[in-house]
Design a protein around this ligand. Structure first.
Ligand code: ATP
Ligand code: MG
Ligand code: MG
Ligand code: MG
Length: 564
């Protein structure tokens, strides 16, 4: 491709709106443009990067036995009602109505649609395992869309769903995906770590996140310096600044509406939202366990879900628990899960230190004011939830843990029968029994991966693309395009490169060399081939590698072989 035929609007200035390095550089390199908060156009170069990542992802999904399909973006509310998520997904779900007033949403994820498709089409265990995936736009009305492509409201995701007859089958599918994801991010040329997506202390294996390492990442990870243990850390639980010790007030059962969000409930009760606790009950043996999670401004649904899964905790019926155990607390999960908020899982000491909190079930009249843990119920926290910190002993080998930051680019998750039960996706097993199919879901943020690559690989001059996902691998230019001889050499070489299958872009603009060099560095093509005086006098090309800055002179006849 010729630069004069492309749309590559590079910028010298750092756009004021850009709040992350990747955001700045992708804008400046003319790869993306902002349309609205969290909504971006992919310009030709950006689009090429996306297509290259997608190609790698497709190849690895197919290698792992996946087949591609395409589900609609627009989804009817009915299936979301069936799964129970219409009411619990919260404001992140983009909702809309058609002209008849029927409810729809823009898919933030596709468990509902894939599970209903399965329900309609698959009947027998003989048709399993089945791995179906798509690469498509997702919509999430993020509370804080920011950092450009890293946290968009419209973004491209690859999502794969696995269907197996039993847990053993799921284990196999999960392992295949784990390996496929490892290959994907390795092939993309990224430095990444796979972490258990639960708190380090717990070490669940039901969910893993793939983190591209970057100091600017939103996630904090701990990893072992000796063995390969790594986990996502929760933020260390701590008292909000300035919170005063209060005098304990009498416990009070209050009439409350079934609140939609923590904020609703807080404003209804006239308390600070941070005072609202969620208590999770039932360990794997069915014993009631009080785990307090403090509602806070920045909680994350996945962390709660992962936490529940990792500990085999059930999102049980709160009212039943209240009745059965006579505990003046209930699981207020739906309140928390409806809104993305950071979850702080509190340790014993912190729980005891709480006073006059709110707890209860998300049912009418099931909230308590002035809950004082220790006074009103036994504090029996499931384990120690202090966030792992730098220097803590590794839970596997005891070596000191280290901390680093990363960007979640992929997430694999064992769903089990959560959706198949809710949506009645069953199969007939060998014995003729109808059983719910066992599912897993696996996501890769394609556009986020592109931005994460930039966060990880750049310098003061611009982006340094890994070869595998560079918009073009080679940029070719003449120092003086206005010189007929230079231009002719460049044209010839361009054709030669194309014929040899080299992924080349030809900067044929009549610009000063300085401008072209700056653009080449900013855009971050891995190799830059320059035709200058040495070409005319000695038949030599100058080839410069973006990553190392290394420059080599090659005979024209050797160039293709060298670059290939
Ligand atoms: P986060 O914790 O960053 O909000 P998530 O855990 O909600 O992400 P998943 O539901 O696990 O995201 O979705 C699978 C993948 O989709 C993520 O690992 C990430 O790569 C990508 N992704 C999720 N949300 C966004 C977003 N707002 N913008 C771009 N990519 C996203
Ligand atoms: Mg999210
Ligand atoms: Mg996440
Ligand atoms: Mg996730």
């Amino acid at each position: 491709m010729r630069v004069t035929r492309m749309l590559i609007p590079t910028l010298r200035e750092v756009p004021a709106e850009a709040d992350a390095i990747s955001h700045q550089l992708l804008l400046r390199a003319g790869m993306v443009r902002r349309v609205a908060a969290g909504v971006y156009s992919l310009l030709p170069l950006g689009n090429r990067v996306v297509k290259k990542i997608e190609k790698i992802v497709r190849e690895e999904m197919e290698r792992a036995g996946g087949t591609e399909l395409l589900l609609p973006i627009i989804q009817p509310a009915e299936v979301w009602h069936e799964s129970g998520r219409w009411n619990v997904y919260g404001p992140e779900l983009f909702r809309l109505q058609d002209r008849h007033g029927r409810d729809f949403c823009l898919g933030p994820t596709h468990e509902e649609l894939i599970t209903t498709l399965f329900r309609q089409e698959i009947k027998s265990y003989r048709q399993l395992p089945l791995l179906l995936y798509q690469i498509q736009n997702k919509y999430r009305d993020e509370r804080r869309p920011r950092f450009g492509l890293l946290r968009g409201r419209e973004f491209i995701m690859k999502d794969l769903y696995s269907f197996d007859r039993d847990e053993e089958g799921l284990d196999i599918s999960y392992r295949k995906m784990y390996e496929a994801y490892t290959r994907v991010f390795s092939r993309c040329g990224l430095v990444f770590r796979v972490v258990e997506a639960d708190t380090g202390a717990i070490g669940g294996t039901n969910s893993h996140e793939f983190m591209v390492l970057a100091d600017t990442g939103e996630e904090e990870l701990v990893f072992c310096s000796l063995c390969d243990y790594a986990a996502n850390t929760e933020k260390a639980p701590c008292r909000p600044q300035g919170e005063q010790e209060e005098e304990a007030r009498p416990l009070q059962l209050v009439a409350t509406p079934a609140a939609r969000t923590v904020d609703d409930l807080a404003s209804y009760l006239g308390v600070d939202a941070r005072k609202i606790l969620k208590s999770l009950f039932f360990d794997a043996d069915g014993e009631p366990v009080v785990v307090l999670v403090r509602g806070d401004r920045s909680v994350n649904e996945t962390k709660v879900k992962n936490f529940l899964l990792a500990n085999s905790l059930e999102i049980a019926d709160e009212v039943e628990i209240l009745n059965r155990y006579g505990v003046p607390m209930g699981f207020a999960g739906p309140v928390g899960l409806r809104e993305k908020m950071p979850v702080k899982i509190l340790g014993d000491e912190e729980v005891r230190a709480l006073s006059n909190a709110v707890a209860g079930a998300n049912r009418v009249d099931y909230h308590y004011l002035n809950v004082n843990p220790g006074r009103d119920f036994d504090v029996d926290v499931y384990g120690d939830f202090r966030t792992a910190q730098e220097g803590d002993p590794c839970p596997l080998c005891g070596a000191p843990l280290q901390v680093c930051r990363g960007i979640e680019v992929g997430h694999i998750f064992k769903l089990g029968t959560k959706y198949s039960e809710a949506l009645k996706a069953t199969i007939i097993d060998e014995k003729g029994n109808e059983v719910p199919v066992v599912m897993g879901c696996y996501g890769i943020g394609i556009t986020r991966t592109m931005a994460a690559a930039v966060e990880q690989k750049h310098d003061q001059d611009g982006i340094i693309w890994p070869v595998a996902i560079a918009p073009y691998e080679v940029v070719l230019m003449a120092v003086n395009q206005g010189d007929a001889l230079h231009a002719r050499y460049a044209e010839e070489l361009y054709r030669e490169f194309l014929q040899a299958g080299i992924d080349v872009i030809y900067d044929d603009r009549l610009e000063r060399p300085g401008v072209k060099f700056k653009d080449a560095d900013l855009i971050g093509y891995p190799a830059r081939v320059v035709i200058g005086k040495k070409m005319v006098s000695e038949g030599l090309l100058e080839i410069k590698w973006r990553e190392t800055g290394e420059t080599v002179l090659k005979k024209r006849s050797e160039a293709v072989e060298y670059l290939r």
